[in-house]
Write a protein that binds this ligand. Structure first.
Ligand code: HEC
Ligand code: HEC
Length: 276
């Protein structure tokens, strides 16, 4: 009974007779066993990494060969050149740009290759179209400009239909143009061209100041089909437009420009905005 007179006594009764852990033996075992275990685990890890490295070519995040940096002039791919330099303004499949779709098959058929080359290389002065050739302060080589020209022309129809209006022509008769406008355009753009239910104003001086005469003609010839404006051959009311009718409507639109704000007031490489 003397054993259980205190808490200490209870503890002695429960554990007092046990052998203490032999610390010397424990330390000895750790010292013997640990190094061989570490070596064993290390071997497993090394083997696993070698397997991963040799067995699978693609580690997550490893760049592909095509991701390797290359100088800009090495790019000879039409799609990528167009996407990087033109798509933001001229759109592409599924992307509508603020300016005419130069990849539209009708436009690509009508526009002459030499005009494309000049416009892409030198730009169009006093408009938002920059020059891309190095000689014009751009970054494209002559070869890249050529790739763009050929790529755009390839979107056109190889067999050009007869009676398509020519890409460019001199301005026509504004008086007759106003009649043509009422017949072919007013249904969407309003009677005086000031905007209707299916099209915005096309007589705003601020708009007309930004675009060349040739651009207005190109838009009427090829339309903006991606926005709902038909090309000159698919008129909702009436027959396909003749080249003269187109020249007359352009003259009528241009007559709304403020005299001092004419985009072509100063000499430009494209006389009267009509590349020949
Ligand atoms: C079926 C409707 C429709 C008809 C017909 C139509 N347009 Fe349009 N037009 C549009 C739409 C839609 C746009 C694009 C949105 C906008 O600018 O209003 C447009 C845009 C334009 C633009 C600006 C294009 C640009 O890229 O800056 C001009 C210029 C224009 N039309 C002139 C004409 C002329 C001239 C005619 C007649 C020969 C005509 N349109 C016939 C619907 C039409
Ligand atoms: C910053 C916007 C912008 C970029 C980028 C741009 N363009 Fe243009 N482009 C325009 C504008 C605006 C016009 C209309 C100029 C005018 O009024 O004649 C135009 C006109 C054109 C025309 C003549 C349209 C006509 O009247 O028949 C062609 C062709 C053309 N661009 C091709 C290209 C190509 C190809 C590229 C890429 C290498 C490109 N553009 C890049 C804004 C741009």
């Amino acid at each position: 009974m003397k054993h259980i007179r205190s808490a200490f006594g209870v503890w002695r009764l429960a554990f007092g007779d046990r052998e203490p852990v032999d610390m010397t033996l424990l330390r000895y075992s750790i010292a013997r066993v640990a190094p061989s275990t570490i070596k064993f685990l290390g071997c497993i890890c090394l083997t696993a990494s070698l397997l991963v490295l040799s067995g699978c070519d693609r580690l997550p995040g490893k760049p592909k060969e095509s991701d390797r940096w290359q100088p800009a002039e090495a790019n000879k791919d039409f799609k990528s050149l167009f996407a990087m330099n033109c798509r933001a303004c001229h759109g592409d499949e599924g992307v509508i740009g603020p300016s005419i779709s130069v990849l539209d098959p009708f436009y690509a058929t009508i526009v002459p290759g030499d005009v494309l080359k000049k416009v892409i290389a030198e730009g169009i002065p006093r408009t938002g179209m920059p020059g891309f050739a190095r000689s014009s302060g751009g970054e494209l080589t002559d070869e890249q400009v050529e790739i763009l020209v050929n790529g755009i022309k390839a979107r056109g129809n190889t067999q050009k239909e007869d009676n398509l209006p020519p890409y460019s022509a001199p301005l026509g008769n504004a008086g007759h143009g106003s009649e043509v406008f009422n017949q072919d355009c007013a249904g969407c753009h309003g009677q005086l061209g000031q905007g209707g239910k299916n099209g915005g104003s096309v007589v705003e001086p601020d708009y007309l100041r930004l675009v060349s005469d040739q651009y207005l003609r190109s838009v009427i010839v090829a339309g903006r089909p991606e926005l709902g404006m038909p090309n000159s051959q698919k008129q909702p009311k009436g027959p396909p437009m003749s080249s003269e009718d187109i020249s007359d409507v352009v003259a009528w639109l241009v007559s709304h420009r403020q005299p001092n704000e004419v985009a072509q007031a100063t000499p430009s490489p494209i006389p009267n905005g009509t590349p020949q």
